[in-house]
Design a protein around this ligand. Sequence first.
Ligand code: XIL
Length: 299
Amino acid sequence: ASSLGAAAAQSGRYFGTAVPAGKLGTSAYTAILDREFNMITPENEMKWDTTEPSRGNFNFGPGDQIVSHAQSHGQRMRGHTLVWHNQLPSWVSNLSASDLQSAMDNHITTEMNHYKGKIYAWDVVNEAFADGGSGQQRSSPFHDKLGNGFIEHAFRTARAADSSAKLCYNDYNIENWSDAKTQGVYNMVKDFKSRGVPIDCVGFQSHFGTGGPPSSFQTTLSNFAALGVDVQITELDIAQAGSTQYANTVNACVHVSRCTGITVWGIRDSDSWRSGDNPLLFDSNGNPKSAYTAVLNAL
Ligand code: XIL
């Protein structure tokens, strides 16, 4: 295949990237975007601080720019993200519990309604579990004021707002099967599936160090998939972008039938949020690195 997107499509998968609206006017950037990628996640433009900077005042302009680019270039969209403790405006954190509940419901409903029909999958809740050995939810305004049930409530609200979009839980450091955080998320998804709480997919961010994915990554993906959800690699980057490490990551996905796609978190190293790690598939001049070829061959 002649591009990442076409290579992934050979097995019915997609290959995506994070895109900031501010780069859509740079032709050196969009040339690679539109040649290689058939799924787009807005890097920041659908987060709460952009979409509802003050209560009830919605700003979908930057997100709309990305959706419009995607639609005119045959790319699908992942919505990212509705409920997250980061990039959360302080007005939200300062609400009472009952106001927070209604603000969360209104945020989910209004944003999903705005983008209805244009989003393949939403990261409904992002990064709600704690690092370390607890396997429990992390402290956040949502958890601390609404309790553990806020995640279930968010997914039910999301399904009611848009019955067609896939609803995902997304997190980092849940790639290693034996980690307490992985087990915590797994148990939540298992519980949701057994009680009929609407969840369709789990996103594994996959921000890896130089070693790449843990050796159990494929096991983790297939164990989650066996619960009856799709799984996706949603924010892939690997410090120093080793070819073997990238190929191992792609292989973990392609060996799991319900792993439906892979998204890298940026195009060129100069686009990465991890400055200095050179973790992406294209160098800062836009030339494909050896990891690019490794990924293409593994798809
Ligand atoms: C990052 C963006 O890449 C940065 O531009 C921004 O300053 C901070 O957020 N997990 C996520 C992503 O779910 O939204 C984050 O994106 C990276 C970590």
